[in-house]
Design a protein. Sequence first.
Length: 105
Amino acid sequence: MNWYKKASKEITLYRGEHSTNKNGHYYSLDKEFARQFTQSGQDKEIITRKINPSLIYDARNEGKPLPDANNEQDFTSALIKAKELGFQGFRLTEGMNQPDSVYIL
């Protein structure tokens, strides 16, 4: 699915934060997934960010699989590619039955 082409406006990304993981770069499209990374699960610990999806590199649009967020080589390759192409972030898979992540540069 070309999710970025179907979105005609900005999407909301979510990031769960607590005292030891502030100001990170990983976001989720799923608010409840982000909640897992908060300290107490309260909404006030979930940071939201709006972004135009056309600013996020998605390898699937080139017929490639999403890079694995848990694989350093996949992550580094996607980071380099997104920067080279002028994107503000890139999409990663978190694994089976998990929502994808977006890494914001």
